[in-house]
Design a protein around this ligand. Structure first.
Ligand code: GLN
Length: 279
């Protein structure tokens, strides 16, 4: 039988081999998952020994992570904004960059008015849930083409007490009424079809259709922009996430769609990440 501190030390060394892994943190998260102990108690009680059943559960989780499976799928959840979301391989794993989109929406939209906001390609429901949690008076719609993803989003809304978010299964804005929205937010698939990024790390395990629309990666944004003018009320906001090298083409797409006051915002890494425009 092994002590907690020895187990964590050995697991962290093994996890160092993974690219982009925060080895020690992941070792702690996996051990907490296997034992039901909190991370704090793992650190506070290094000499506690793990029973054989716990050791077996931990070994199984560690083996999955060492085979490359994202920690979020192994744990079945991921933090986003102030929330904890359930995630499955049917949904993209919410990323910190996407919190920028939430921040911009909250900053730009009038908190005192009862707005109607759509999150297109909601996946796990991250954007819709974050916005709804901050603005109880707003009406939120979450759309996705994928029924399994929408089921995960619906679960999240229920677990978070956000059942008021409406879920619609459809392509982008297709079935939404004209002049009906104050804002459209989306983290659509935007990775180019041939991008080697798709074959490394977490993306290997994520739904392809959530990562890339194929081609140059911009087709989903083209489709959203083309229909945004119809669905937005005059003065309404469109804000989309995109790749670090897509700022200029996305501004061009939004301008061609007739949107105004277009601007691109950088994420915490200083990279172009979110572009917005107004009807
Ligand atoms: N930012 C994600 C990645 O780099 C892609 C997310 C997306 O396509 N919406 O893996």
């Amino acid at each position: 039988m092994s002590r907690t501190d020895d187990i964590l030390h050995r697991a962290a060394s093994a996890l160092e081999a993974l690219p982009e892994s925060s080895a020690r943190l992941e070792a702690e998260l996996l051990l907490a998952e296997a034992t039901g102990w909190t991370r704090t108690s793992l650190l506070a009680w290094p000499e506690r020994v793990l029973d054989p059943a716990g050791a077996e559960r931990f070994a199984a989780l560690l083996a999955r992570r060492l085979a490359g499976e994202p920690i979020a799928y192994i744990r079945g959840r991921q933090g986003f904004w102030t929330l904890e979301l359930q995630v499955t391989p049917d949904t993209l794993i919410p990323r910190p960059e996407t919190e920028l989109l939430v921040e911009i929406a909250l900053d730009r939209l009038d908190a005192r008015r009862p707005l109607r906001v759509a999150d297109l390609g909601t996946g796990s429901g991250a954007i819709a849930a974050a916005v709804a949690s901050e603005r109880p008076g707003w009406s939120l719609i979450a759309t996705d083409r994928s029924a399994p993803a929408l089921a995960v989003a619906r679960d999240n809304f229920r677990l978070l007490g956000l059942e008021r978010i409406g879920c619609l299964r459809m392509d982008w804005l297709k079935a939404l009424a004209s002049d009906s929205l104050d804002a459209i937010l989306s983290n659509p698939p935007y990775v180019a079809g041939q991008d080697p990024h798709l074959d490394r790390g977490d993306p290997r395990f994520e739904p392809r259709s959530a990562l890339t629309p194929g081609g140059d990666g911009l087709d989903a944004i083209r489709a959203i922009a083309a229909d945004a003018g119809r669905c937005l009320r005059p003065g309404g906001l469109l804000a989309v996430e995109h790749g670090f090298d897509q700022g200029a083409p996305v501004r061009h797409i939004l301008a061609n769609a007739g949107l105004l006051a277009i601007e691109t915002h950088r994420d915490l890494a200083g990279l172009d990440r979110v572009t917005l425009g107004y009807r």
